[in-house]
Design a protein around this ligand. Structure first.
Ligand code: ARG
Ligand code: ZN
Length: 866
C-alpha cells in the first residue's frame, strides 16, 4: 500500500501537550503517555473518530478524561489505535509495555550495549506509544525517566531538566521539559551509564549555553574533536546564517548500534559513535572530516528541520537538502572549498546519478512511498542540496540570506512544504521559480551536450548547450529545466577572458546558444564551473584540450574534472580493447598531463590527491550501458600499473617529499601530504614487485596514525594472500578491542580484489567479532563486499549474489532498514551481461517469493523487478 502525496489531508486531531513517563526496568519498560488532544479547528468536515498510529506492543490501560476505558471501547491491532466518538477536547492516558532489550530494528526505544536510547524518525515514535505519528502534529513535551541509579545514572531527554530526585530501591528520576513545540519524530530519550565532557559557550547575543557530549566511559577521551566541531558549527551558523541556538543546553550522545549517521532530536542529538569518536591513532583524516560534517549537519537542523519542520514526509528534502547544503558550506568555509566540492560531486556522480537512472529513481520530492525509511536517499539529500546550491547561484549570497531570513520570519514554529521555501526565495530574488520547481518534481539526471563553433574572421565563439532528460517510470515526458551554467573562457595563454558578472548563463529551453565576441583563436570554454548544476556534461573537447584545461583552468573544480574526463576516456578505450582482445596501450597525452601535474611543486597536495586518483570502479561503471566488471577492473589496473611503471622516480620522490608531516596534525597541508603520499604508495604497489611490497609493509609498521595505517593495510590486502594474512593478523592484534577500528578491519578484507575474497568474507561472517545486529559491522563487511567489491560480488558463478541474498533474508528478521539498504545492491541488474542479469534477477525473485518479507525490503525488490 503506497502513501501518495496527492492524498494528503490535514490531521483530524491535534495534540497540545504530551506528558510521558518511562519506568525502565530490565526486560520491562512501562510507558505512561498523557495526551491532551483536540479536533483540528482548520478542518471543515471534522471526524469524531480518533485514529492514531501504533506499533506492535501491549496496551495495559486507557483512560479518557480520567475514566477507565474497557478494552472493547477502543480498537488496537498493532498498527492503529482507534477510539470512536470523541469530544472536541480531551485527555487520553495510555499505558504500554515495551521491551527495548528485544528491539533489534533500532526504531523506537531500544538498548545498545547497555544504553537505552530512541530513534523516532521517520515513524518510530509509534513504537513507543499510540500517537498521531506525522510531522504536522506538533506539541509540547514533558518527559520523566525513572530507572536504576547504578545501571542508568544518566537520564536524558529534550529541552531542560526541571526536576530530579531519588526513589526507593536504588532508583531515581529526572523530568525534562522542552519549551518548543515539535513533531514526535524529534522526541528522544537516553538512559545509561555514560560519561560526558562539557563546555560553556556564549552565543552572539550574550546567552550562556552548555554543550555536552556523552559517551561510554572508555570512549570519553575521544570526544574532544567532536566538541571542537560543535563549537565551530554554533559559531558558523551565527556568522553565516545569522542563526543562534535557542535552548540552554545542547547534548550529543554517541551510540554503537544506530541505523543512520545521526539524529537531530531537539536539544538531544543521538549519533552513530562513528561520527563522534576520534583520535589520530584510531580515526583517519576522512573520519575526522566526516565528524565535522555530521556534527555540523545535526546542529544546523535545529533551525532547518526543527524550528521549521515538514508538513509531510514527501517534503523531506526541504530539511535534508537544505541542511546538507548548509553542512557543505560549513566544511567549505572551514577547509578547502574546492576539495570539498570535488568530494561532494564524486559522491553525487558515483551514487546519486545511478540511483536517478535505476528502479529507485524518484523526484527530490517523491510523490509516493511504501516505507518512508527507503527514501532517505542520495536524491533527497545530495541532489536536494544541489537544488539549494542552484538557487544560491541565481540569487547570490546576499539575496539568498534574505530569503532564509524571510523563511524563518514566515514559518518559524510551523510544518511547511517545498512550495513555501520556493516562495520566500522567489520573493527575495525577485525571480519566477515556476520552471525551477520542476527540479523537485521531475526525476532523472539531465545530460547537457556542449558544442562549439568558432569563426576566425569575425572572432566569434558560439557555444551551444542542449539538454535532455530520458523518460522513466515517474514521467513519460520530461520538461526542460532551468539550469545555471557558470562558465569561463580560457585563452591560449591560460587567461580567463570573460568577466565574472557575465559568467552565469541561465538555460531555460531545450537548447541555448551564447556567442562571445572578439575571442582569440584557440580559446577554450570551461563550462559548469564548480559543478554549477547536477547534470551529466558532454563536451566536444579533445584530449589535448582537456590536458590544457587540467593544467591551466582557473577553476579548480574544472581542472579536477578535466583530469577525470581524461581518465574516463582512457578507461573506455582500454575496456573496448579488452573486449576485442586487442593489445592495451595508454595514451602519451594522459601520461604527460599526469606527470606535469604531479611534478608541480606549487600545487595543493590535497587537490592533487583527488585529481590524480583514477575514479573508483563503481564510478567507472556509470560510463557504460552494459557493465563489464572484470574488464573495468583490468583496465583500471592496467592504467594504474602503466602510470606507476612510467613515472616510478616521480612517485618515489612524492612518497619521500610528502613523508615529513606531523602525524597528529589535521592541518590542510598535513592532510594533503598524507593523501598524496598514500596515493603514490598505492600506485607503486600496483607494480606488484617484492621491493615495493616491502616499502608498503614498512610504511604499515611505521605508521603513526590511522590514516597511514589504514591506507597501507588496504593496499597490503590487494597484494598477496600472504601479506594480506600478515597485515590482517597484526591489525587485529593491535585493534581487536576497538569496535570502530574493527569495522575497518572487516571492510578492508571485504573489498580485497584477491581471488579468495568471497570464501574469506564468508569466514568472517562466522568470526566471533562479527554480528548482524550492529549496523556498522554489517555495513563494513556485507555491504562493503556487495557495493565496493564489484569483481567478487559479481563473480560469474553467482556465489556472490547467493551469499548476499541469504544475508538479506537473515538480516530482514533482525533489522528491516538495514536489510532494505543491502537489497539495493541488486538495483542495477539490468545493466549487466545476460548471464549476470539472469542470476541477479533470480536473487530478486527469491527475495520476492520469501514469506514474511518486511515491507521495507518488499518495496525495493518490487521496484527492481517492475
Ligand atoms: N534526520 C537524520 C539526518 O539526516 C537521518 C534520519 C534517518 N532516518 C531514517 N529512517 N533513515 O540527520
Ligand atoms: Zn539530516
Amino acid at each position: 500500500a503506497s502513501v501518495l502525496l496527492k492524498d494528503y489531508t490535514p490531521p483530524d486531531f491535534l495534540v497540545d501537550r504530551v506528558t510521558l513517563v518511562f519506568d525502565i526496568r530490565p526486560e520491562e519498560t512501562r510507558v505512561t503517555s498523557t495526551l491532551t488532544l483536540f479536533k483540528n479547528p482548520d478542518k471543515s468536515n471534522k471526524s469524531s473518530v480518533l485514529k492514531m498510529d501504533m506499533g506492535d506492543f501491549e496496551i495495559q490501560s486507557v483512560t479518557l478524561d480520567g475514566q477507565n476505558l474497557s478494552s472493547n471501547a477502543f480498537q488496537a491491532d498493532g498498527k492503529q489505535f482507534i477510539v470512536p466518538d470523541m469530544p472536541d477536547r480531551f485527555t487520553l492516558e495510555t499505558r504500554t509495555l515495551l521491551c527495548p532489550e528485544k528491539n533489534t530494528r533500532l526504531e523506537g526505544l531500544y538498548r545498545s550495549r547497555g544504553i537505552y536510547c530512541t530513534q523516532c524518525e521517520a515513524e518510530g515514535f509509534r513504537n513507543i506509544t499510540p500517537f498521531p505519528d506525522r510531522p504536522d502534529v506538533m506539541a509540547r513535551y514533558t518527559c520523566t525517566i525513572i530507572a536504576d541509579k547504578t545501571a542508568c545514572p544518566v537520564l536524558l531527554s529534550n529541552g531542560n531538566p526541571v526536576k530530579a530526585g531519588d526513589l526507593p530501591d536504588n532508583r531515581h528520576f529526572v523530568t525534562w521539559e522542552d519549551p518548543f513545540k515539535k513533531p514526535c519524530y524529534l522526541f528522544a530519550l537516553v538512559a545509561g551509564n555514560l560519561s560526558w565532557i562539557e563546555s560553556p559557550f556564549v552565543t552572539r547575543s550574550g546567552k550562556h549555553i552548555t554543550l555536552k557530549i556523552f559517551a561510554e566511559p572508555e570512549n570519553i577521551d575521544k570526544c574532544h574533536h567532536a566538541m571542537a566541531c560543535l563549537k565551530q558549527a554554533v559559531k558558523w551558523d551565527e556568522e553565516r546564517f545569522n542563526l543562534e541556538y535557542d535552548l540552554d543546553l545542547y547534548q550529543i550522545v554517541a551510540i554503537n548500534d544506530f541505523n543512520a549517521g545521526a539524529m537531530e532530536n531537539k536539544g538531544l542529538n543521538i549519533f552513530n559513535a562513528k561520527y563522534v569518536l576520534a583520535d589520530p591513532a584510531t580515526a583517519t583524516d576522512d573520519d575526522f572530516m566526516n565528524i565535522q560534517r555530521v556534527i555540523g549537519h545535526e546542529y544546523f537542523h535545529n533551525w532547518t528541520g526543527n524550528r521549521v519542520t515538514l508538513k509531510n514526509w514527501f517534503q523531506l528534502s526541504l530539511k535534508e537538502g537544505l541542511t546538507v547544503f548548509r553542512d557543505q558550506e560549513f566544511t567549505s568555509d572551514l577547509n578547502s572549498r574546492s576539495v570539498e566540492r570535488i568530494s561532494n560531486v564524486k559522491t553525487l556522480r558515483a551514487l546519486q546519478f545511478p540511483e536517478d537512472s535505476g528502479p529507485m529513481a524518484h523526484p527530490v520530492r517523491p510523490d509516493a512511498y511504501i516505507k518512508m525509511d527507503n527514501f532517505y536517499t542520495m536524491t533527497v539529500y545530495e541532489k536536494g542540496a544541489e537544488l539549494i546550491r542552484m538557487i544560491h547561484q541565481f540569487l547570490g549570497e546576499t539575496l539568498f540570506q534574505q530569503g532564509m531570513a524571510l523563511y524563518f520570519k514566515q514559518f518559524d514554529g510551523m510544518a511547511v512544504t517545498v512550495e513555501d521555501f520556493l516562495s520566500v526565495m522567489a520573493q527575495a530574488g525577485h525571480m519566477d521559480m515556476t520552471q525551477f520547481k520542476r527540479w523537485y518534481t521531475q526525476s532523472g539526471t539531465p545530460t547537457v551536450t556542449v558544442t562549439r563553433s568558432y569563426d576566425p574572421d569575425t572572432r566569434i565563439l558560439s557555444v551551444t548547450f542542449a539538454q535532455h532528460t530520458p523518460f522513466d517510470r515517474n514521467q513519460s515526458e520530461k520538461q526542460p529545466l532551468h539550469i545555471p551554467i557558470r562558465m569561463g573562457l580560457i585563452d591560449p595563454e591560460g587567461k580567463d577572458i570573460i568577466p565574472e558578472q557575465k559568467s552565469l548563463i541561465q538555460m531555460r529551453d531545450d537548447t541555448h546558444t551564447v556567442a562571445f565576441q572578439n575571442v582569440p583563436s584557440g580559446t577554450l570554454p570551461s563550462v559548469f564551473r564548480q559543478f554549477s548544476a547536477p547534470v551529466k556534461i558532454s563536451t566536444d573537447l579533445s584530449d589535448e584540450e582537456l590536458a590544457f584545461l587540467m593544467a591551466r583552468d582557473t577553476d579548480d573544480f574544472n581542472r579536477w574534472d578535466a583530469a577525470q574526463t581524461l581518465f574516463n576516456k582512457e578507461i573506455q578505450t582500454l575496456v573496448s580493447a579488452i573486449a576485442r582482445h586487442r593489445p592495451l596501450t595508454v595514451s602519451q597525452n594522459l601520461v604527460q598531463a599526469f606527470e606535469t601535474a604531479l611534478s608541480d611543486q606549487s600545487a595543493d597536495r590535497a587537490f592533487l590527491a583527488k585529481a590524480l586518483a583514477i575514479p573508483q570502479e563503481m564510478e567507472l561503471a556509470n560510463l557504460f550501458d552494459c557493465i563489464d566488471v572484470d574488464a573495468i577492473h583490468a583496465a583500471r589496473q592496467h592504467l594504474k600499473t602503466h602510470l606507476a611503471a612510467t613515472l616510478t622516480p616521480l612517485f618515489l620522490n612524492t612518497i619521500d617529499q610528502c613523508g615529513h608531516s606531523d602525524p597528529e596534525s589535521l592541518s590542510i597541508q598535513d592532510i594533503g601530504n598524507r593523501g598524496l603520499r598514500n596515493l603514490a604508495i598505492s600506485y607503486m604497489a600496483s607494480l606488484g614487485t617484492a621491493s615495493v611490497h616491502d616499502i608498503v609493509w614498512k610504511a604499515f609498521l611505521a605508521a603513526e596514525n590511522m590514516t597511514d595505517e589504514f591506507a597501507c593495510f588496504k593496499i597490503l590486502c590487494t597484494t598477496t594472500p600472504e601479506l594480506k594474512r600478515k597485515s590482517a593478523a597484526r591489525f587485529y592484534d593491535k585493534w581487536s578491542h576497538d569496535p570502530l577500528v574493527m569495522d575497518k578491519w572487516f571492510y578492508v578484507q571485504a573489498v580485497s580484489p584477491l581471488a579468495d575474497t568471497l570464501p574469506c568474507v564468508k569466514d568472517l561472517v562466522t568470526h566471533p567479532d562479527f554480528t548482524l545486529t550492529n549496523p556498522n559491522r554489517v555495513r563494513a563487511l556485507i555491504y562493503g563486499f556487495a557495493m565496493n567489491n564489484p569483481v567478487h560480488f559479481h563473480e560469474k558463478t553467482g556465489n556472490g549474489y547467493e551469499f548476499i541474498t541469504d544475508k538479506i533474508l537473515e538480516l530482514d528478521t533482525i533489522n528491516h532498514q538495514i536489510a532494505a539498504r543491502l537489497t539495493g545492491c541488486f538495483n542495477h541488474w539490468k545493466k549487466y551481461d545476460s548471464h549476470r542479469r539472469v542470476l541477479m534477477k533470480q536473487s530478486l525473485e527469491i527475495l520476492a517469493a520469501s514469506p514474511n518479507l518486511s515491507t521495507n525490503v518488499y518495496e525495493i525488490v518490487s521496484r527492481a523487478l517492475a
